[in-house]
Unconditional design. Sequence first.
Length: 401
Amino acid sequence: MDRTTRVNLLIGTGHFLSHFYVLCLPPMFLLWQHEFDVSYAHLGITVMLMSGVTAALQTPVGFLVDKHGARKFLVGGTLLMTLTIAAMGLATSFWQILVLSALSGIGNSVIHPADYAILAGSIPKEKMGRSFAVHTFNGNLGFFFGPMAMAALTPLLGWRGSLILVGLLGIPLVATILAQSSILVDQVRVKRTADQEMSGRELLMTKPMLLFFGFFFLSSVATGGLQSWLITALHQSKGISAELGSTTLTIYMAGATAGVLVGGWAADRIKAHLTFATILTVFSAILLVLVAWISMPDVLLFALMFASGVALGSSRTPRDMMVRDAAPPGQVGKVFGFISSGLPLGSAIAPVPLGWVLDRGHPEWVLPIIAMVLLLSLCCVGTARVAAGNRAAARVPLPAE
């Protein structure tokens, strides 16, 4: 096994666990409600805390990663995630679950800035697209297997035993990262010189970085909205059963996951990342509008949603490559920490406005609105790419902190 593959396995497994742990909590909700006698709103706070703390801390963690190196933070963050999930199995009061959810969010906040900083330093440039794709793919697998694993384990071990088991599964990964740490190379760290006065905070407030943040945020709003309301929108607008709607969503997500790998392969061979991502995103948006407004047999519905998922999934790695190209040497951690914090923020916000549209009796507008959000995200990334190019051409320094 070559070095690149080993790095991808180590980093990808940690990313898998971070996503897996987020979605291993919802299957516990009904059991926790009976155990702790709490409301659905209180149960929802657990995921809100984990995702909210992650989003809030990714940027400051990114600064620390760039300053002190990523490996120690990756080990510490992964260990904290695993121990807090395992500790939930020992909780005797619901407030302990809430505290542990917040602590798990602290551990999870390390993953994106540390992972991307290590990939930037460990992977040859000609293989970077495929490595980014494998990283995203493993995260998607974590989302997929989290609820499934808990549903299978809980009848056998109970909710306490299930959480303890899946939590402790991360311990071997931490040990493996420590044992294989020599292959995890940090990004090149660049010392600031006297003529490089821009701080890391100023860098994140530049036009390209704010627009890339907007791009990630809007992309996540679209994806989160589709995941939350596709089933309901198809049921109310087309009379499709909940079972058929669930199958449609599963097919879409399978296409999006497969598309990530296609995009990684293409990103290493096609240098026009913006053009590639734009064409695929527009194509995905058009398919969503067709599904919303045209009556069609189930087979065609499945085919169009699968194709829409593949197209959007394929655009993800070129997106990450554009951010990496815009990040100055030695500042990948803070850049990805800041920009990727738009992902959990967008997912948290998306269900509310689209739910309002459904409440007003317009389910046929849900998918077109999602399509419009995707197109708006392209305005952000296109302007960001141009602004970043102009800055590079003008040789305006973007120093390391």
